[in-house]
Design a protein around this ligand. Structure first.
Ligand code: NAD
Length: 483
């Protein structure tokens, strides 16, 4: 079903994010027939270029980042006709009169995507208001990072709130746009099977791993000021934690869902220093020139920023008291993989022989690669070999179910941008959620800053420092293999 006609202005329309995700994503939605021909997309950035040059840039970005779906689609010219460009200065006057002129004529959805440095969010919001474009139907989309601690997040929220109401602000966390994340809610709240078991009585523990194989690459300078806690845990991992742990919302609507997520964050226990392991990748011999270690990559031989983090936390509420949650994320790990794993408890008693084999049910929700949900179920090993038990996966992998090439699944950004146009905030973070998440991470970060904590080195291509494995082993548990 096509969305209503809209005008989408992409501030930072020539930037990396716009070229890699936003523009190819919009094209794929156009090809899928979801975007009306009356839609308009206006790139707005500092570079001085005309519309033709911008359309060429968009076309090149589609070739490079659009995937197979975009290559097979023959509607490219029709799509490029929807695109315009205005050279604009977020901090000056250049371009604003042109933008105002372009946005004249009402009755369409107006959305402004702030795909620029957060330092410019306030300038953009202020100018949109000055030039009469911040009316009550306008929507703004803001990218991460949303602050670097509670104080800066509060300031940013206050700045945006001076010009826009909360219902107009769409804070993107692209993890929430993933098909599997929404399917997680369908599985939890659309079935009778899982929810009765979804508590500390039946769940031994939950682990969330987001592993990357890449290092900091060209983002070294930015990354070194942030680290894994700010870059990944405070937003993506905590959002996943909320969705897995929240109470059933009364309705699948934005505030009902976000109220429940907020309660999870507020119920998180503080993390003790012995429950957290920070790591920093180092080069392995012979590969140093191709894959430099973290400190070389960021150009600071004494950097104390973590590129890996593993921690254990608890949610102090009726449902989860006693069930630990283990979170882990890192760069230059052995494989690229994002997975949430719910490990159920042992059966209370085994009626089978001791050597029959005993397995726990494990529900694994995989976000990338190969999105899908798998439930490990114990059955009898087929054949005449007696009562031997094996663990088999009940696979709910969408690539199979939809008969589609996994790479062509609607990308998270496409879904989220369409949700902005539809006016649905369910998959966007609310201001109070972001602040609560910082309120939980701030003391942890302050703790290690106070102690001058030095992250433990780990080899590139490994799954973090040995202490991270120890964190699990001393509880008699293991991380799932990263694969
Ligand atoms: P970028 O540096 O590649 O692009 C920045 C864009 O902002 C350019 O189009 C530039 O012309 C424009 N710009 C800069 N100063 C301006 C000014 N004064 N007035 C008007 N336009 C100006 O940055 P990016 O990587 O595309 O990131 C954009 C935002 O998205 C940032 O907030 C970043 O943190 C966030 N983000 C990026 C990625 C990514 O993969 N690149 C991922 C997540 C979040």
């Amino acid at each position: 079903i096509p969305v209503d006609p809209f005008d989408l202005v992409i501030f930072g329309g020539t930037g990396d994010l716009a070229r890699r995700k936003i523009l190819p994503g919009l094209f794929r939605r156009f090809c899928a027939g979801q975007m009306p021909d009356a839609a308009r997309i206006i790139g707005a950035a500092r570079s001085d270029m005309d519309t033709d040059a911008y359309r060429q840039m968009v076309s090149d970005a589609i070739d490079e980042f659009g995937g197979d779906l975009a290559k097979e689609c023959d509607a490219r010219d029709a799509f490029l006709k929807l695109i315009g460009y205005i050279a604009i200065d977020a901090r000056g006057e250049t371009g604003w009169a042109d933008l105002q002129e372009a946005m004249k004529g009402k009755g369409r959805v107006e959305a402004y995507y702030f795909s620029v440095s957060p330092a410019l969010f306030g300038d953009l919001a202020e100018r949109l208001q000055q030039w009469g474009m911040a009316d009550e139907d306008a929507r703004i989309v803001v990218e991460k990072p949303f602050g670097r601690d509670l104080e800066t997040a509060r300031d940013l929220n206050a700045t945006l709130a001076a010009y826009f109401d909360e219902h107009q602000i769409y804070r993107i966390d692209h993890y929430l746009g993933k098909e599997t994340v929404q399917n997680l809610m369908a599985v939890r709240f659309g079935n009778m099977l899982f929810e009765p078991l979804w508590n500390s009585q039946y769940v031994d523990h939950i682990q969330i791993t987001v592993a990357e194989t890449v290092g900091v690459g060209g983002r070294g300078e930015y990354y070194d000021k942030s680290g894994a806690m700010r870059d990944m845990v405070q937003n993506h991992l905590m959002q996943l934690l909320c969705l897995i742990a929240m109470e059933p919302p009364a309705r699948f609507d934005p505030d009902a869902v976000r109220d429940e997520k907020l309660k999870v964050i507020r119920a998180l226990d503080p993390v003790e220093s012995y429950e957290i392991v920070r790591g920093q990748y180092q080069a392995v011999p012979m590969e140093e020139s191709e894959h430099p270690g973290y400190r070389t990559a960021v150009g600071d031989a004494k950097s104390r920023t973590e590129s890996f983090l593993a921690l254990k936390t608890h949610i102090s509420n009726w449902r989860w008291a006693g069930t630990p949650f283990y979170l882990r994320t890192g760069k230059r790990m052995s494989a690229r993989s994002s997975e949430i794993t719910v490990v159920f408890k042992d059966t209370p008693h085994s009626i089978f022989a001791e050597d029959a084999g005993r397995h726990r049910n494990v529900l694994s929700i995989r976000l990338q690669p190969n999105e899908g949900i798998t439930l490990g179920v114990t059955i009898k090993e087929p054949g005449p070999g007696g009562m031997r038990l094996i663990d088999v996966p009940l696979d709910m992998t969408f690539a199979d179910a939809l008969g589609e090439d996994g790479a062509d699944h609607v990308d998270a950004y496409e879904r989220l941008i369409m949700d902005v146009i539809r006016g649905n905030q369910t998959l966007f973070m609310r201001g109070d959620e972001v602040e609560a998440a910082w309120a939980w991470t701030d003391p942890i970060i302050e703790g290690w800053e106070l102690r001058h904590d030095v992250p433990k080195p780990y080899d590139s291509g490994s799954d973090g420092p040995t202490d991270a494995f120890e964190l699990m082993r001393r509880d008699g548990r293991d991380w799932r293999e990263v694969s």
